[in-house]
Structure formats: structure tokens, C-alpha cells
Design a protein around this ligand. Structure first.
Ligand code: HEC
Length: 105
């Protein structure tokens, strides 16, 4: 019984930690369904066709040629962010993707 409680507490802590980590720096400019500084992820996915296509681009070394044309003038803002994203570890990139998909729900 005591062990079960401890396990539950540990699990709750882990969930807490994941959701804190899973809010990457992208959150200051993007959200799932609302435009902020940058376009909503809904618009981004619509422009790319799929979440896979978005991350294929992010994980490539292709230069930013904005597909979200309504925001193209703000390309300079995202360019630096893209550089920052590409320097992340694979683990952090996976966290960004999990968070990204979470925002689309
Ligand atoms: C400082 C603000 C800012 C941050 C932080 C930021 N973005 Fe952006 N993002 C923008 C702006 C502005 C645009 C629109 C310009 C553009 O499309 O290139 C954009 C566009 C995009 C696009 C669409 C690019 C295209 O082809 O039009 C993707 C994908 C994207 N952001 C993903 C991310 C992800 C993932 C993160 C975190 C790793 C992130 N952004 C962090 C501001 C930001």
C-alpha cells in the first residue's frame, strides 16, 4: 500500500516534470490554434501538409523559405529560432515535437 502510494507520487512528479520541460521556447511565439508573434501551428501544418513535413523541414539544414505566406515578412524573427532549434539534442527535439502535437489537439 505504502509502496503503491510512493509510486503514484513518483509518477505524478514525473508527469509534472515532463509538462514543464515539454513547454519549449517556441511557446513564447506560437500556440496551437491562435496566431501570436508567429502563426498558429494549425496554419503551419496546413501550409506544410502534415506534422511530419513540418519536422522534416525543421530537422533538415534547408534555409527558411516561409511557407506560411501571410507571415513571410516576419521570417527574420523565426530564422534565429530555427538556428536555436537545430542545435538542440535529439531528445529535446523530440520534446518539441511532442509539445507541438499537444498544441494541435
Ligand atoms: C521569437 C518568436 C518565435 C519563436 C521563439 C519561435 N518562432 Fe516559429 N515563427 C515565428 C514567426 C514570426 C514566424 C513566421 C515567419 C515564417 O514563417 O518564417 C514563425 C514561423 C514558424 C514556422 C513556419 C515556417 C514557414 O515555413 O513559414 C514553423 C514550422 C515554426 N515557426 C516553428 C517553430 C518552432 C518549432 C519553434 C521552437 C523550436 C519556434 N517556431 C519558435 C516566431 C517564432
Amino acid at each position: 500500500m505504502k509502496k503503491a502510494l510512493m509510486l503514484a507520487a513518483a509518477a505524478a512528479m514525473m508527469i509534472g516534470a515532463t509538462s514543464a520541460n515539454a513547454r519549449p521556447f517556441c511557446a513564447s511565439c506560437h500556440s496551437g490554434h491562435k496566431d501570436k508573434v508567429g502563426p498558429s501551428f494549425e496554419k503551419v501544418v496546413a501550409a506544410y501538409g502534415s506534422v511530419d513535413a513540418v519536422f522534416e523541414f525543421l530537422n533538415s539544414d534547408k534555409p527558411l523559405e516561409p511557407k506560411v505566406t501571410a507571415f513571410a515578412a516576419k521570417k527574420g524573427i523565426m530564422k534565429g529560432q530555427l538556428k536555436k532549434y537545430r542545435k538542440l539534442s535529439d531528445e529535446k527535439k523530440a520534446e518539441v515535437r511532442a509539445w507541438f502535437e499537444e498544441q494541435l489537439k
